[in-house]
Design a protein around this ligand. Structure first.
Ligand SMILES: Cc1ncc(COP(=O)(O)O)c(C=O)c1O
Length: 470
């Protein structure tokens, strides 16, 4: 029997939210009722029933960095679509990708010299891995293929990007398809506050693989969903840079979330003690108005290709297309004219303080972290203020559910099953949010967390012992 499609009257969807058994769309989670969002304006979105939600997550996935409904970006896309929407970049180039590459290099960390555009984040990461491997092969080091990466990470849903995380829970049934990369544990307050354990694990992984077989170390400079707003201690970055010099592998950064301003720098990697060789970025480059990503390489990576086979031929149909390029240029123009990198850099620390103060009396909250407008809240069992919360309490999921009910868009994660991190929330507003809007987001969020915390504390008081584990 055909599923019942959503009810539409006079071209307007009138049923909201949509249940998975009432649509032909295959949703990510079948049990979840989904509000149907029909329009957006700044940091507000509106559903089909006319209900407004305050968007504390830049469209839910941190992509809508400039807010919704921006006429300048829409106009740039419209004008480019009229002029030339698409040509493929194998035999043809176009002025948009040429100019956008110039502009990205101008704001990239020193030494970056070439850009290849992609359609999204995961394919940018796949391309970064191919480029790292190509770099070694072009230089005659054919055995270098192995990648080492932190286990507690998310890099995308494709086979290679799934293999870059060490989270069996995320791999699901796809384990048999995934290449066997090596992983190190996160150096969080819980496992490794100094970064020394991660470095020891890195040494072990290098020994296990044989350093002459290692192509790249791959990581986020500042983590997004997997460990919100977390970055390893300086000691780790210094140790990573030392080992790169000693063993000759490349360092690749996933800046899909952090690139193009999110942490108060054009690229987060510029602020670490270990400038990467390759950067993959995406979300903020299109700001939610076009699907576009980019891979940036330093000159020595490009030289390996230019002095070698002079080919790096694989790519997707839409890579470097004019329409997406026009959006990228309009985004960078807005970032510059409104000084949004500076705004995020200046306002980020006080936003984190406001969030911390608002959550201060809630024992469920262990830590509020932040870099620019990438903030993270970590929850623990309030009975000992340390252990993971029992999984079955679904604290992260409940926070998002209650937030929705109260007209706030949040994104929380519960990767406890993998053992490295527990329930956490991201807080990542658009760079264009006003002070009043940021205050409103903080206040609504604190109400939501406070409400869930009260329920959870009551439920926990009925359990005799702590259900979570370190
Ligand atoms: C840190 C990080 N890397 C990579 C990706 C994958 O990007 P995309 O969904 O554009 O393929 C994501 C997506 O959320 C991400 O958060």
């Amino acid at each position: 029997m055909r599923a019942v499609a959503v009810r539409v009257e006079e071209g307007r969807i009138v049923e909201a939210p949509i249940q998975s058994d009432r649509t032909h769309v295959l949703p990510l989670e079948l049990g979840r009722a989904m509000p149907v969002i029909v329009r957006g304006d700044g940091v507000w979105v509106e559903d089909a029933g006319g209900r407004r939600y305050l968007d504390a997550m830049s469209g839910g996935s941190m992509a809508a960095t400039l807010g919704h409904g921006r006429r300048d970006i829409i106009e740039a896309a419209r004008a480019q679509a009229e002029r030339l929407a698409f040509v493929h970049n194998e035999r043809l180039t176009n002025p948009l990708q040429e100019r956008l590459a110039d502009e990205l290099i101008a704001v990239a960390p020193e030494g970056f010299s070439r850009v290849r555009f992609t359609v999204a984040g995961a394919d940018a990461i796949e391309m970064a891995i191919q480029l790292a491997r190509t770099y070694h092969v072009e230089r005659g080091e054919h055995d270098r293929w192995q990648v080492i990466s932190p286990a507690q990470a998310y890099h995308g849903p494709t086979m290679e990007t799934l293999a870059l995380t060490g989270r069996a829970g995320l791999h699901g049934p796809f384990g048999p398809y995934l290449p066997s990369h090596l992983h190190i544990p996160p150096s969080t307050w819980r496992f490794d506050p100094t970064g020394d354990a991660a470095l020891a694990a890195l040494d072990h992984a290098l020994e296990q693989a044989g350093p002459e077989n290692v192509s790249a170390f791959f990581c986020e400079a500042i983590s997004a969903a997997a460990l919100p707003a977390y970055t390893p201690p300086r000691r780790f970055w210094q140790g990573l840079a030392e080992r790169r010099d000693r063993f000759g592998f490349l360092v690749c950064f996933d800046e899909v979330v952090t690139g193009v301003g999110r942490t108060g720098n054009w690229f987060a990697g510029a602020a670490t003690e270990c400038v990467p060789d390759i950067i993959a970025t995406a979300k903020g480059l299109g700001a939610g108005y076009a699907a576009i990503g980019a891979v940036l390489v330093r000159e020595h990576v490009y030289e390996a290709v230019s002095d070698g086979s002079r080919r790096f031929p694989l790519g997707h149909t839409w890579d470097g297309a004019p329409l997406a390029g026009a959006v990228g240029l309009a985004v960078l123009a807005a970032m510059r004219s409104e000084q949004l990198v500076e705004r995020v850099r200046d306002r980020g620390p006080s936003l984190r303080d406001e969030l911390e103060r608002a959550l201060a009396d809630i024992p469920l909250v262990r830590e509020v972290r932040g870099h620019g407008y990438l903030l993270g809240v970590e929850y623990v069992d309030p009975r000992d203020h340390t252990s993971f919360l029992p999984r079955e309490l679904r604290v992260a999921g409940r926070i998002d559910d209650v937030a929705f009910e109260r007209g706030l868009i949040t994104l929380s994660t519960q990767p406890t099953r993998d053992g490295f991190a527990g329930d956490q929330s991201l807080f990542a507003p658009a760079f264009t949010a006003t002070d009043a809007e940021l205050r409103e987001m903080v206040s609504r969020f604190a109400d939501v967390v406070g409400h869930v915390a009260e329920e959870v504390e009551e439920e926990l008081s009925t359990l005799s012992t702590s259900g979570g584990s370190r």
